[in-house]
Design a protein around this ligand. Structure first.
Ligand code: ADP
Ligand code: MG
Length: 270
């Protein structure tokens, strides 16, 4: 353990968000990769139909936390989770909800666009087909809807049969967002979705996140505090596996309560 980690072994989260029925409630979780303790006593309520940003330096546990929310860590050998996670009151690590259903209701978009080597249409229809939907009219309608939602429809409507790899990086990421949206999830998890994109593509995705956040719950990992400021309603600052501070984004970025948050948002921390 570094001296810094020792000093902050007992960080108590400062939380200042409005009351309300949470979409997701994380209740005192601890997470480990083997002996490595990477999330420490985290409790957090995520409010519905808002954008919540998770910020903090590299390695502080943001991606691990995000993957806890749709059980993506289950595949990582040596991973262990203690504590409870509720989605609309359902314990997601119990038999109450099958994992396929969980993943279709809590969708995910990754750092690097990862379309399948298939047509644009087939990429978006993927999640519907694995759920057994075969009817062409329903597939057509949902593919168009999802591509409209991800602001890609106008650019691809005449080339739906083209391979997804023929799209630019920014278009590929919007395609991945459409693929995630096609099953009409209630929550969208996004892990640094613009970090591989140029500034113009980034702006488009940020606009899209703001739009989506009016109708669904978006949880966005970003190491860019300016991006958090532009698109999120609430922001949570993670440090060394702790949730340090969680509040209204504007307050977190301009008038933080914890000295560690202040040091991060003012750029004094790496
Ligand atoms: N698959 C893994 N196996 C072992 N350690 C991991 C794994 N993934 C992440 N870690 C470690 O867990 C800690 C948190 O990582 P991560 O959640 O990726 O942080 P962030 O997304 O904030 O950069 C880091 O110390 C990282 O090295
Ligand atoms: Mg990460």
């Amino acid at each position: 353990m570094t001296a810094e980690a020792k000093d902050y072994a007992e960080i108590k989260s400062i939380v200042d968000i409005p009351d309300g029925t949470p979409e997701i409630e994380v209740d005192d979780i601890n997470a480990y990769y083997g002996n490595k303790h990477v999330l420490k006593n985290i409790s957090m309520k995520i409010l519905p139909r808002r954008v919540t940003a998770l910020i903090g330096p590299s390695g502080c546990g943001k991606s691990t936390f995000l993957r806890v929310l749709n059980r993506m860590n289950d595949y990582i050998e040596g991973f262990r989770l203690e504590g409870k996670v509720y989605f609309k009151g359902i314990d997601i690590y119990s038999d109450e909800i099958p994992i396929e259903e969980l993943r279709s209701r809590i969708g995910m978009v990754f750092q690097k666009p990862n379309p399948f080597p298939q047509s644009i249409y087939d990429n978006v229809a993927f999640g519907l087909r694995i759920r057994g939907i075969k009817k062409k009219s329903i597939l057509d309608e949902t593919v168009e809807w999802a591509l409209q939602q991800s602001a890609l429809w106008d650019e691809v409507k005449d080339r739906l049969k083209d391979n997804a790899y023929s799209l630019s990086g920014g278009q590929q990421q919007r395609l991945c967002i459409a693929r995630a949206l096609a099953t009409k999830p209630e929550v969208l998890l996004m892990d640094e979705p613009t970090s591989a994109l140029d500034p113009i593509a980034t702006t488009r995705i940020e606009k899209l996140i703001s739009e989506l956040g009016k109708e669904m719950t978006v949880i966005l990992v970003t190491h860019n505090i300016h991006q958090a400021g532009r698109v999120s309603h609430y922001a949570a600052f993670f440090y060394l596996g702790h949730l340090v501070e969680y509040s209204d984004t504007k307050k977190l970025l301009t008038a933080p309560s914890h000295p560690l948050t202040e040091s991060y948002v003012t750029g004094r921390m790496g």
